[in-house]
Ligand binder design. Structure first.
Ligand code: PEP
Ligand code: MG
Length: 886
């Protein structure tokens, strides 16, 4: 018989953390905490298998579930010594989702299940507090109506406002027990009017309604979006936890809080958290009341009293639990707790989300504390997370015009136009505007806008508010709880305490590390790999096998990539050099020349500039390998398009306008990406490649001869389809190289290799290897030509393919390992059949994408090459791949 229900409670549990896939993160951790003796309110978990069968069966449950459920509920009643639905001694329960991978706030929760007109009397007797009882009751009716029946909360909010108006009070907590009792009645009447049925009084009906709603919330829009953004498969399903209620809102010896065992923003090893006296769990995260600090470690003057002072006994117990959890899990934990009449209960523990900065510091410090090994530390930091650290920060030399201060909720610096709602953020982002999403507070419904924005600014909420937690998870800069702001959604503006008015579309800058809001677009500086980051990267380098190079075309990019740890240049796209300054003029003259003599004359002008470029690159790379690709793009990319530009060119070159126009039209191609480009240019205009090879070799020889450099240039021929193309071009290149070497009378270890970026080249790689000293996979073109999908035009429809799940990912971002990857593997294997040990790398955009880097490791490539700022990501991804192999 399949076990669908797992119980847990103080001191014992059916499951443990190893059953995470089945019990979900929350359920597995509740079981684990129970088993190690932490105070957990007892309950039981319905497994993810129930969820899967619920969806497969069109909303019906597996047959055995009902009996197992009743048995677990009865056992819960015995443990709590209460009866579910018993009017004199009622048990109330919560129903919460819990997926195998954390999806904070994305799915539903129902609290206080079991309340009705009879059991409320029992709650009044138990708590001795009718006000608390009726307040719980009216909240329950609203929550049930909203979550289970899909009724908009507005109708209840209006009744609440009306009640306060009638009573002449401002705050909810000024309403009396009698007011709340009447309000609960009014809520039930509204429920019946809106839904045409009575509010269910039967606790079992309530419970099953809540369970089905929570399973149902697995497929709500925000959960679907969150899964898509976080690569969580939808077939996993969620578990559902039914747990005895404990109350943090039964008086002043009650409280509720959330905490991290270390600071999730900086990683500092101190107990970081927030709590509220006399409150329900959601109050802390929702940012409705300003939470108070747990302790005085980082006390600020205007902080409210810390739990350390207000509830010292519970605080000491919580500190012990913190230490137990860190030693047990050997990982930073994010915990939720509730104190009911002075007794502490743990409601949740899970691996805490953290900024990249914190992830690194925690991993490095846990190695020093002998909690984890270097290898584990390397695996603890996700390569994609590093992107956050490689983002710029505000230039310390810049003068800051700070207009407001809030909490430094998620680090980094960003600038953009202010928008006040998530849909607009998404739309503006689509139109290529950088935006800052400004909200009073965010909710899970804002997730798409947060994703589209550069950064997030909220007026309310603490370091554990929705905005802060989600922004950190996304690696976005966020300033939260900025109470200096008054936000007016209607007028689409915000006013700061200092008197500034910022309207929709105005540009501001956020510093998420300092919690500052500034006017305008502040200058920023690049990150560097130092401190703990440097330590972790050194460990990564120790364990990785593949080398990491960069795609760099200029000395500046070369310097940046060396600083980020590149071990060479894997791709220098020489065409970018052709666009610089007034060179384009000479390039155009060359293309337009009717004969060889004309082309050579123009090439003479370009040659010294190219040579200068290569000298600059070689100097920066100080002896590391540099792969230089000969001219690749279609010629028409260099040509003037408008009549005005054509006229300018005709004038400068001293050629008639009509002639130039005629030549431009002659060069026009319908399908330039498959046209006169790559090595085909070298075949038809050999003088162009000759000039480039000469420039490369003269630059190398001069540095070798005059400055004692060791230089190993790698000359790379693009877009080869047939070995004959490479044979001709290699021969031409060798001729020029040997001539230059003889002229300078030096020896230089050069290589001539090719890109593999067409399916035919991949399939014929054994033949091509006969003419190549190395292969480099151009997976941008290889993806384009394997899919028959234009790199330049696919943006128009590819997103809808991904949204509808036809493609799991954009194949231009993540290497399609099954299809395109198969060609890569075939080519690498075939090349090495011809030349054992042939050097093989990748220089398409995929070279900096972690899952593609792991694939390259698995098929035995020697190196990956990626844009400079992704070099650390690739280094760490290569280390992960190697360690996972072990
Ligand atoms: C490629 O095709 O993958 C490549 C690196 O070359 P480019 O992007 O310049 O076409
Ligand atoms: Mg290419």
């Amino acid at each position: 018989m399949t076990k669908y229900v797992y119980s847990f409670g103080e001191g014992r549990a059916d499951g443990d953390i190893s059953l995470r896939d089945l019990l979900g993160g929350k359920g597995a951790n509740l079981a684990e905490m129970s088993a190690i003796g932490l105070p957990v309110p007892p309950g039981f978990t319905l497994t993810t298998a129930v969820c899967r069968e619920f969806y497969d069966g069109g909303g019906s449950y597996p047959e055995e579930l009902s009996e197992q459920f009743s048995t677990a509920l009865q056992s819960l009643e015995r443990q709590m010594d209460k009866g579910f639905g018993d009017p004199s001694n009622p048990l109330l329960v919560s129903v919460r989702s819990g997926a195998p991978s954390s999806m904070p706030g994305m799915m539903d929760t129902v609290l206080n299940i079991g309340l009705n007109d009879q059991t409320i009397q029992g709650i009044i007797n138990q708590s001795g507090d009718p006000r608390f009882a009726y307040d719980s009751y009216r909240r329950f009716i609203q929550m049930y109506a909203n979550v289970v029946m899909g009724l908009d909360g507005d109708i209840f909010e209006k009744l609440l406002v009306e009640k306060k108006r009638c009573k002449g009070v401002e705050q909810d907590n000024q309403l009396s027990a009698e007011d709340l009792k009447l309000l609960a009645e009014e809520f039930k009447n509204s429920y019946q009017q809106a839904l045409g049925s009575q509010f269910p009084e039967d606790p079992h009906q309530q419970l099953w309604g809540a369970v089905s709603a929570v399973f149902g919330s697995w497929m709500n829009q925000r959960a679907v979006t969150y899964r898509r953004l976080n690569n969580i498969p939808s077939h996993w399903g969620t578990a559902v936890n039914v747990q005895a209620m404990v109350f943090g809102n039964m008086g002043n010896d009650c409280a509720t809080g959330v905490a991290f065992t270390r600071d999730p923003s900086t990683g500092e090893n101190y107990f970081f958290g927030e709590y509220l006296v006399n409150a329900q769990g959601e109050d802390v995260v929702a940012g409705i009341r300003t939470p108070q600090p747990l302790n005085k470690a980082k006390y600020k003057d205007d902080d409210l009293p810390a739990m350390e002072d207000v509830l010292p006994g519970c605080y000491r117990q919580l500190v012990e639990i913190r230490n137990t959890l860190e030693n047990h899990y050997r990982e930073m934990q994010d915990i939720e707790f509730t104190i009911e009449n002075g007794k502490l209960y743990m409601l949740q523990t899970r691996t805490g989300k953290r900024t990249a900065h914190a992830a690194i510091r925690i991993a490095v410090e846990m190695v020093s504390d002998n909690l984890i090994s270097e290898r584990e530390a390397v695996l603890r930091v996700k390569p994609e997370q590093l992107e956050q650290l490689l983002h710029p920060s505000i230039d310390p030399a810049a003068e800051k015009n700070i207009i407001a201060k809030g909490l430094p909720a998620s680090p980094g610096a960003c600038s953009g136009k202010v928008v006040f709602n998530a849909d607009e953020a998404e739309e503006m982002n689509r139109l290529k505007h950088r935006v800052i999403l400004v909200r009073v507070e965010t909710s899970p419904d804002d997730i798409h806008g947060m994703n589209a924005a550069q950064g997030i600014l909220t007026a309310r909420g603490g370091m554990t508010s929705h905005a802060a937690v989600v922004a950190r998870g996304m690696g976005k800069c966020c300033v939260a709880g900025c109470s200096d702001l008054k936000i007016d959604y209607e007028k689409q503006l915000l006013i700061t305490k200092s008197g500034h008015t910022i309207r929709r579309g105005d540009i501001i800058t956020l510093d998420g590390s300092a919690g500052e809001v500034m006017l305008g677009d502040m200058p920023k500086v690049q990150a560097s790999v130092s401190g703990d980051f440097g330590t972790l990267m050194n460990w990564a380098d120790k364990y990785r096998i593949m080398k990491v190079r960069s795609n760099a075309d200029t000395p500046h990019d070369a310097r940046v990539s060396r600083e980020f740890g590149a071990e060479g240049i894997g791709l220098c796209r020489t065409e970018h050099m052709f666009f610089e300054g007034d060179r384009i003029q000479a390039v155009r003259e060359m293309i337009l020349s009717a004969d060889l003599a004309g082309r050579q004359k123009a090439l003479q002008k370009i040659m010294p500039m190219q040579k200068g470029d290569f000298i600059g690159l070689f100097r920066e790379m100080k002896g590391l390998p540099v792969t230089i690709r000969l001219l690749d793009p279609p010629l028409h990319e260099f040509l003037p398009q408008s009549d005005n530009d054509i006229a300018d060119l005709a004038h400068a070159a001293g050629i008639a306008f009509s002639k130039v126009k005629e030549r431009v039209e002659e060069l026009h191609e319908f399908n330039p990406m498959l046209g006169h480009r790559g090595c085909r240019l070298g075949i038809t205009y050999p003088e162009v490649y000759d000039m480039q090879v000469r420039a490369i070799m003269e630059a190398a020889c001069e540095l070798v001869k005059n400055e004692g450099y060791e230089i190993a240039p790698e000359i790379m021929i693009p877009l080869v389809a047939h070995v004959s193309e490479l044979k001709v071009l290699r021969k031409n290149a060798v001729r020029v190289v040997e001539q230059v070497l003889a002229d300078y009378a030096v020896t230089v270890n050069y290589q001539i290799g090719t890109m593999i970026e067409l399916p035919r080249a991949a399939l014929m790689a054994d033949q091509i290897a006969m003419q190549a000293d190395f292969f480099s996979f151009g997976t941008n073109d290889l993806t384009q030509t394997t899919y028959g999908l234009s790199r330049d035009d696919a943006g128009g429809f590819l997103p809808s393919y991904i949204d509808s799940g036809i493609f799991a990912d954009d194949p231009f971002v993540k290497l399609d390992q099954e299809g395109v990857g198969q060609l890569v593997k075939i080519a690498a294997d075939k090349g090495r059949q011809t030349i054992p040990g042939l050097k093989v790398g990748i220089c398409g955009e995929h070279g900096g994408e972690p899952s593609s880097v792991a694939f390259c490791h698995r098929i035995g490539l020697d190196y990956v090459s990626c844009s400079p700022y992704r070099v650390p990501i690739a280094r760490l991804a290569a280390a992960h791949a190697a360690l996972q192999d072990e």
